[in-house]
Each structure stands twice: as structure tokens, then as C-alpha cells.
Design a protein around this ligand. Structure first.
Ligand SMILES: Cc1ncc(COP(=O)(O)O)c(C=O)c1O
Length: 375
């Protein structure tokens, strides 16, 4: 089956009453036939039919065998980190979602798990950082918020494998535009709060893997520590993912038009969007990704006045909903990153991150334009 067919049918097989849309299974527990004789599900934290359906759906879209659903994207990332032990090291992309960096730097360092950040767009630098102590290579591509693109296949082929696990946070691209497992990585992670959910009404996370042993270990931690996706969020997500392909097409085409428009505005100093021909990652993005996504970052004069004057586009955390949102990474998503590191990464005070929604593109541009005129 192709992508949209899988998105609509995987996990949504007609139920016992012939229901075309699966019911939400709220039961926290499941009856045993007798001692030691029970069905697939026993207790809701260990497994639940609604969660199992969406875990299968996401796994199939990522061309993976096993999916796991979590209560947030960070809980999904945390579960992968729990497979490490004291003394292990992590190498991670330097331009990461601020919450992932906070988890690595401020939480896991306390347990003796060190992290080194590296510009993963430079494969030679990545190779230099990998040694026997490094057990996890964490990639975010395109990165948040500068949208730097790392060459997944080249990295996979260049670093010695042994027991190194390579993970990609695929939140920005979604499986519709990028399939890291097919490029050779071991783990794919999503904040389903973003495009997979797509309607800004559910927080969740997912992990997809092909290796059964790794899956069993992740499943153990998911159950042992308990940050599972709720039945309602699972059901809502199963429903949202059915329209992922058409939403991503529209996010992508709107973002391309807006990035091209921003690039010629005199108030705008710099535009980061891999779909622009002069973007340094454009050629790589064209081969690795099926589209360039719906997020654009740009630097603008007098950003505070600009933000105050936006009427339709809301200043808000998060991204990837059907409605356009704008964020100020300096004070919002990346507030926990030290100032000097933000500046080194190009996250300046006048950098804004626009999550382009699927409204009519003329209306989004009209709002940006009228706010810009008031600067
Ligand atoms: C790329 C990326 N990964 C992970 C996360 C964390 O996801 P959540 O907010 O669902 O915990 C985010 C949140 O913004 C993100 O942008």
C-alpha cells in the first residue's frame, strides 16, 4: 500500500461491530479467562487497543516494524535515552529543539551520561566525535530553528556502527517527506504534538524501530516508567494522521511561497528555508526529503513591533497546526539554551520562527505584510 492508503487504513480495520472508525478503548484493565490465561491486553499502561492501533499506523508510515506511543515528544525521547547507562556518551546535533537539549544537558548529565554537541551537517566532524564510549548519535534534521539539513545516509555510512544507535527526530519532516529508517538509522522519534497531530489539540510522542531487541527494551521502559499516550490522544492521532499527506502538501506549498516572498522584503534580513534555491542545504534537501516542510525562520528589524501588529497569525509556542503560528525562539522554544550558545548557533533576538498553516496563502501573506508596514 502507498502512503495515504496506509495512513487511512493501517490501525483502522473495521471492528467487531463493523465500525469503520475504531472505538476509543478507555478500559484500564482487561478480563483474564483464568489465572495465567489472558488476551493481548491486560492493563492499560502495558497496552491498550487504541494506542496499539496508532502505534501500528505510525510504524507502517515510517517503514518500521514497531511503534510506541508516549504522552509527549519529550517522553518519547526520554524513553530512548533510558536505554543508556552510566558512562555512556551521546553525540547530538548542535542545533536541536531546546527541550531536547535541556533533557540531555540538565537531566541525563546528572546520571553520568555525557553529551557533546556537533554540527552534524559536517560529516567529518561527526566521525571525529564517535568513539567506543559513544552509544547514541542523535540527529535532528532539518534542525529547529535554523533548519540545517544533515545528510542522514552519509552519516550512517561514515560512522562505524558496532553498538552505536543512530536516532533521528523526524518531527519537522514527518514520514510523508522523510523516512530515516529507510536511510539506515535505528530509531525515529516524533513529537506527535506537531504535524502528525496537526491540529494543536493533543500532546504526544512516538518512537519507531525495526530491531526487535531494541523494541523490547523500549517497550520495557515505556511500561516501567509509564509515560504512555492516553487512549483519547491515541484515537485523535489515528484520526489526524489520515489527512497527513494532504496537510503536508499544503503546508509545504504555502511555506515555499511565503519564504520566496519574505526573501525580497526590505525589513527581512535573512530567511532560513531549505526550499529556497540559495539556501546552503537546498541540494541535499532535494535528494533527502520529499518536500521542504512548513517551518520558516527569518530575521527581521523591530521584531517586537512586527509581532504586536500581527492579527491572524498568533504568537505562540509550538508549530505544525493547521493555523499559522509565530514564535520567538530566543525567549520561547530555546529559552533554556545559554545566550552565548544561541548566538553561536545563529539564534539571534530578531530571529522568528513561522509555522506556516494551511490557510489560504494570500491571507497569511496579507497579515505578515500589514504587520511589516507598521514597523
Ligand atoms: C523537533 C522537536 N522534537 C521534540 C519536541 C518535544 O515534543 P513535545 O512538546 O511533544 O514534548 C519538539 C517540541 O517542540 C520539537 O519541536
Amino acid at each position: 500500500m502507498k502512503f495515504s492508503t496506509k495512513a487511512i487504513h493501517e490501525g483502522s480495520e473495521p471492528g467487531e461491530h463493523g465500525d469503520v472508525i475504531p472505538a476509543i478503548h478507555l478500559s484500564t484493565t482487561f478480563k483474564h479467562e483464568a489465572i495465567g490465561i489472558h488476551g493481548k491486553f491486560q492493563y492499560g499502561r502495558c497496552g491498550n487497543p487504541s494506542r496499539e492501533a496508532v502505534e501500528r499506523q505510525i510504524a507502517s508510515l515510517e517503514n518500521g516494524k514497531f511503534g510506541l506511543g508516549f504522552s509527549s515528544g519529550l517522553a518519547a525521547i526520554d524513553c530512548v535515552l533510558k536505554t543508556l547507562k552510566q558512562g555512556d556518551k551521546i553525540v547530538a546535533s548542535d542545533d536541536l529543539y531546546g527541550g531536547t537539549r535541556r533533557l540531555l544537558t540538565q537531566v541525563y548529565s546528572r546520571f553520568g551520561i555525557g553529551v557533546e554537541y556537533v554540527d552534524t551537517t559536517n560529516v567529518e566532524l561527526v566521525k571525529k566525535k564517535i568513539n567506543d564510549d559513544v552509544k547514541l548519535l542523535w540527529l535532528e534534521t532539518p534542525s529547529n530553528p535554523i533548519l540545517k539539513v544533515s545528510d542522514i545516509k552519509d552519516i550512517v555510512e561514515s560512522v562505524g556502527r558496532n553498538d552505536l544507535v543512530i536516532a533521528v527526530d523526524n518531527t519537522f519532516m514527518t514520514p510523508y517527506f522523510q523516512n530515516p529508517l529507510s536511510l539506515g538509522v535505528d530509531v525515529v522519534v516524533h513529537s506527535t504534538s506537531k504535524y502528525l497531530g496537526g491540529h494543536s489539540d493533543s500532546i504526544g510522542g512516538a518512537v519507531v524501530v525495526n530491531n526487535e531487541k531494541l523494541y523490547e527494551e523500549l517497550k520495557f521502559h515505556q511500561n516501567a516508567t509509564g509515560a504512555i499516550m492516553s487512549p483519547f490522544d491515541s484515537w485523535l492521532l489515528l484520526r489526524s494522521i489520515k489527512t497527513l499527506s494532504i496537510r503536508m502538501e499544503k503546508h509545504n506549498s504555502n511555506a515555499q511561497k511565503i519564504a520566496e516572498w519574505l526573501a525580497v522584503q526590505k525589513r527581512v534580513k535573512k530567511v532560513y528555508y531549505p526550499g529556497l534555491e540559495d539556501n546552503e542545504y537546498h541540494q541535499l534537501a532535494k535528494t533527502q526529503m520529499g518536500g521542504f516542510g512548513g517551518v520558516i525562520s527569518f530575521e527581521i528589524d523591530e521584531y517586537e513591533t512586527f509581532l504586536e501588529n500581527l492579527e491572524m497569525v498568533s504568537l505562540a509556542e509550538s508549530l505544525a497546526g493547521v493555523e499559522s503560528l509565530i514564535a520567538h525562539p530566543w525567549t520561547m522554544s530555546h529559552c533554556s539554551v545559554p545566550e552565548e550558545e544561541k548566538i553561536r548557533l545563529g539564534i539571534n533576538k530578531n530571529l522568528l520562527r513561522l509555522s506556516v498553516g494551511i490557510e489560504d496563502v494570500e491571507d497569511i501573506i496579507a497579515d505578515l505584510e500589514q504587520a511589516m508596514e507598521k514597523i
